[in-house]
Design a protein around this ligand. Sequence first.
Ligand code: VGL
Ligand code: ZN
Length: 193
Amino acid sequence: MKKLPNNTALIIVDVQNDFCSGGALAVPGGDAVVPVLNGLIPLFQTVVYTQDWHPANHCSFSKEPHYIDLSWPVHCVQNTTGSALHPRLDVVQDAVIIHKGTNPAREAYSGFQGTSLASQLNARAVTTVYIGGLATEYCVRDTALDAQKAGFLVWLVTDACRGIDLRFAERTFKELIACGVKTTASKTLLSLS
Ligand code: VGL
Ligand code: ZN
């Protein structure tokens, strides 16, 4: 399989046990992104894996999570099974691993927020990023918007994403497109290689 040019990276957002079936904050159908992403990974010379990586006292945790007010059940606590990448997700040898949401006092949905992601991509001369993962309307959305603000050309791979709430997820695609993010499907991407 021919690789895409090396100015192109795949960013896999938060494909972690807690966002998959049986997890603390399971995204409906979240596991389904794993085979799609595994099919795309061989196309890329740079693959980034973000992990929601909270301390046990993170400010987003609530005993009575509401979702709508952006408080959540305890999830993705650092170095627990819940924060581990999905066991069937292929992890490449020279993976770029990004931990986010580590400050107990601040929510951070974006893989770029408070991390070295932009500088690591720039160091590899990456100009274009393809994004997939979980959850569409939170961490995928904010990562895509920040990638765009950081000057990358951003493609969302729609069938490689799943949302917590289907209605918001659809709205998110529209919002991102309006912000200049491009969308594609995994089979289109595979046909390029
Ligand atoms: C996420 C809610 C809380 C996500 C992370 O990965 O989309 N959502 N923390
Ligand atoms: Zn979180």
